[in-house]
Structure formats: structure tokens, C-alpha cells
Design a protein around this ligand. Structure first.
Ligand SMILES: Nc1ncnc2c1ncn2[C@@H]1O[C@H](COP(=O)(O)OP(=O)(O)OP(=O)(O)O)[C@@H](O)[C@H]1O
Ligand SMILES: O=C(O)[C@@H](O)C(=O)CO
Length: 423
């Protein structure tokens, strides 16, 4: 297998979002969970997205994991490696975007590289280095209340400069609009002043295409699915009408369930809408932290009673006020971690109860669930909503279908749509 593109993703939902974009653009793609075991038989693909759970761990650990994944990809022929980060640039002043970017640039000997979380399909646009989520700047969006990395600065040049050892430049929209040669000239000028990474503005797909073409000049780039689209188009030299490489997946049947650990505004609304069509159990955050075993056992008993009659949804998710109260009592990391582990316990219990189709909302939550179930890789099926595909297990003892939904992705009826898309 010689890869045309390699990617290292900092969480599992983000990885499936990128793998979905590459697949839709015609690249046969597989998502692996961490660096694959040599014994894992991977299908013949054009691109591999190595999913890490490295967004909210200590920066040194994120760097080590990302370097190992990048090395594995380049050994398999990937001449370009994309570091997939969140389209809302989820990070803190300690990292991990900057430290990982610095390490991959050094390992691969890159000059000035492009960095852009723009993903216009999900209303993430970048103008003058400022990230907009829909119509509002990042710092006024629901991301200001994120449980693990609240985003209070929309200026990504500033945000990345606080995380990186190097200085950060900007490639503004006028330059992106002027096309690849103008962007190349700007990169060369930045390189001369010792600037090794630049935030690239992008508002429309045509800017992503320019970004993809220029990004390939260097061995590494950093961004979200929009950059992935640009890279795939540049590699395939194909237009937007290129056929999807999604695998046709057979129906599995059997019980289905939804687990929500995301506290994003979109997820909270999706849970509210789901309540009108299926049984929903809302768990108390404090009970999950202090009496996890009992709370999980009760939730599983509730689910086992209902699963023979149809899908169920179990949600730990809380409102910003509830999250703040829980964190004030138990600490941010401690409460987040305890609830992620409770979600993993629930997933394990649901699979033991026969569930073979599972929807998980939240990146960290999905990471905890997928790790607990010991799943090595996923093949990409059809898209459910922008950034969320159906995933089929590869190399796992049990054949299962998953949808790993990024917190802010999907419309209000996402959960019903996801269940329909994975019969
Ligand atoms: N009621 C709650 N109170 C406090 N923290 C919670 C609560 N419910 C869930 N959490 C924690 O909030 C975090 C949510 O992060 P997660 O990455 O799963 O979702 P997200 O950030 O919305 O998704 P994404 O990263 O895909 O955008 C997890 O650590 C989860 O355990
Ligand atoms: O880019 C995004 O917004 C998502 O793929 C993601 O990474 C959220 O966790």
C-alpha cells in the first residue's frame, strides 16, 4: 500500500469527519485508532487517517503520539501529512496544536506551512486570521463554554503564537483569492523572515482548493476538514463532482443506542428533539462522578428493558450552568474524565446487551468509548450529516456500525437520521 495522503487527527470524531471528507472527494480512506498493530490487515486505500486522543492530554504526550503516527504514515509513502485539528481550533495556551505542529515541521523538514481550521460546509470561516462559527466570532460562539478548552480568543494568529515556539504569519483573504502563485509568494516572503507557519484565511470552497494546492508544496499542513477537501481535490486534480469512495455497507439490524457526552449547544438541542421520538435517560453528572458504578448499573438496567422495543438514548450532557457547577465541585479534568469513563462503561454494557449500532456524541466521549471497546479501525460508509459518516468496524471481533458525532455537528434531528442511515 502506497499512501497518497496521510493524516494524524487529534480526536476520533475529528478523524471520522476528515475521513468522510476525503472519501466524498474520491480517496479510498480508512480510519485507524492509533498506530495500527502490524497484524491488522488494512484494505488497500489512498489515505489513512490515524485517530489519536491527543487533544486534551499533556502536550509532550500529544507530541510523542503524533510523531509516531506521522512516522508510520511517511514510512507507507505519504509524501504529505495533514495534522487534523478541530474546526473550532479547540486547544489551550499549553497546546496541543502548536507543540505538535512544531514537532512535525521539524521532523519533516518543512519551510512555511499552512494552518487553517476553515470548513465552510459547517460554517467555520477564517477572515483576517479570525475564526467565525456561523455568524459570530469564535469567542462569542458556544465554544466559549466548552467543558475542556473554552475558547476566548478568535484571533488564531495570536492563539497559535501562544502555543508555538515560532512566530506565526497570516495569509489574508485577498492573497487566497488571488490564487496559488500569490499564496506561494507570500509563503516565500514569510519564510525569509523566519516565520514557519501561517494562518490561511478561507471563506469559500475555492479558497480551500487554493490552500490544498499550496499546502502540498510542504510535507505537512494543519487544519480541519476544509483543508482535507482542498488536499484531496489537489491530489486528485478532480472537481467537486468526483464520485464518493464510500463503501456500500450491509444492514446489520439488532438493537441500537445513542450515548451523548457532548455538552455542545447542537448536541443539547439534538437530545431535546430525540426525546420526542425515543426513550431518553438523562444522567446526573454528580452521580456519575461520585457513584459511577451504581449510576451506570441503573442506566443499563433502564436500557435493557427498552432495547427490545427500539433505540434508546443515554445522555450525561449538561447545560453550561450544570457543567460549571460540576466543575466547581470536582474540577474540570476530574469531572470530564469520570464522565468519559462512565460513558465507556455504558458502551461496554450496551454491547454486552446486544447493541451493534451505536451513535456517540462528543469527541472525548467517542475516544473513551472506542478505546474501551478495543476497536482497531473503521471503514467509511455513507455520510449522515456534514462531517459525520457511518463507520464500519475493521479487524474487530464484532461487526458493528458507529456514528461518532463531533459536538457541534448535525441538525436538530441528527440522532433519528443517524439511526436511519445505519439499518
Ligand atoms: N454534565 C456534565 N458536566 C460536566 N462535564 C460533562 C458533563 N457531561 C459530559 N461532560 C464532559 O464534557 C466533555 C465533552 O467533551 P466531548 O469532546 O465529548 O464533547 P464535545 O467537545 O462537544 O465534542 P467535540 O470535541 O467533538 O466537539 C467530556 O469530557 C465529558 O465527559
Ligand atoms: O473539525 C471539527 O469540528 C470536528 O471534526 C472535530 O474535530 C470536533 O471534535
Amino acid at each position: 500500500m502506497t499512501l497518497r495522503l496521510g493524516a494524524v487527527a487529534d480526536d476520533y470524531t475529528g478523524a471520522s469527519d476528515l475521513a468522510n471528507t476525503l472519501t466524498k472527494a474520491g480517496l479510498r480512506t480508512v480510519q485507524t485508532i492509533g498506530v495500527p498493530d502490524p497484524a491488522l490487515a488494512l484494505p488497500d486505500v489512498d489515505a489513512v487517517v490515524v485517530a489519536l486522543k491527543s487533544r486534551a492530554i499533556p502536550a509532550d504526550d500529544a507530541v510523542a503520539l503524533s510523531r509516531a503516527a506521522c512516522g508510520w504514515l511517511t514510512e507507507r509513502g505519504a509524501a504529505h501529512v495533514m495534522f487534523k485539528v478541530c474546526s473550532t481550533f479547540d486547544s489551550t495556551d499549553a497546546g496541543n496544536i502548536g507543540p505538535v505542529m512544531d514537532a512535525l515541521r521539524a521532523d519533516l523538514g518543512a519551510a512555511t506551512i499552512l494552518v487553517s481550521p476553515a470548513f465552510p460546509e459547517t460554517q467555520r470561516t477564517v477572515y483576517q486570521g479570525h475564526l467565525f462559527v456561523g455568524t459570530v466570532p469564535l469567542s462569542e460562539s458556544p465554544l466559549k463554554d466548552h467543558p475542556l478548552n473554552p475558547m476566548h480568543d478568535s484571533n488564531l494568529v495570536r492563539v497559535l503564537a501562544r502555543q508555538s515556539a515560532g512566530r506565526i504569519g497570516l495569509i489574508d483573504l485577498a492573497t487566497m483569492e488571488a490564487g496559488p502563485e500569490a499564496v506561494r509568494a507570500r509563503c516565500a516572503a514569510l519564510a525569509e523572515t523566519g516565520i514557519g507557519a501561517a494562518i490561511a484565511d478561507a471563506v469559500f470552497e475555492r479558497h480551500l482548493e487554493v490552500m490544498g494546492i499550496v499546502a502540498l508544496d510542504q510535507p505537512v499542513s494543519v487544519g480541519a476538514s476544509g483543508l482535507g477537501l482542498g488536499l484531496a481535490r489537489a491530489l486528485g486534480r478532480a472537481g467537486p463532482d468526483r464520485a464518493t469512495a464510500a463503501a456500500p455497507l450491509a444492514a446489520l439490524g439488532g438493537p441500537a443506542a445513542i450515548l451523548a457526552g457532548s455538552c455542545a449547544a447542537a448536541t443539547l438541542e439534538q437530545i431535546r428533539i430525540a426525546e420526542t421520538v425515543l426513550p431518553v435517560l438523562r444522567l446526573a453528572g454528580a452521580a456519575l462522578v461520585t457513584e459511577r458504578a451504581r449510576a451506570v448499573a441503573e442506566a443499563l438496567a433502564w436500557a435493557r428493558e427498552r432495547l427490545p422495543h427500539g433505540p434508546v438514548l443515554i445522555a450525561a450532557s449538561g447545560t453550561p450552568e450544570e457543567v460549571a457547577a460540576l466543575q466547581a465541585r470536582f474540577g474540570r479534568t476530574e469531572s470530564g474524565h469520570a464522565i468519559e469513563q462512565a460513558s465507556a462503561d455504558l458502551a461496554e454494557g450496551l454491547v454486552a446487551a446486544g447493541v451493534r449500532r451505536l451513535v456517540v456524541a462528543g469527541g472525548e466521549t467517542s475516544g473513551a468509548v472506542v478505546d474501551r471497546l478495543g476497536l482497531p479501525a473503521f471503514l467509511l460508509g455513507p455520510e449522515i450529516a456534514a462531517g459525520v459518516p457511518v463507520l464500519a468496524t475493521v479487524g474487530a471481533p464484532l461487526e458493528m456500525r458507529f456514528a461518532l458525532k463531533s459536538g457541534n455537528f448535525g441538525g436538530p434531528d441528527f440522532f433519528a437520521r443517524a439511526l436511519e442511515a445505519m439499518p
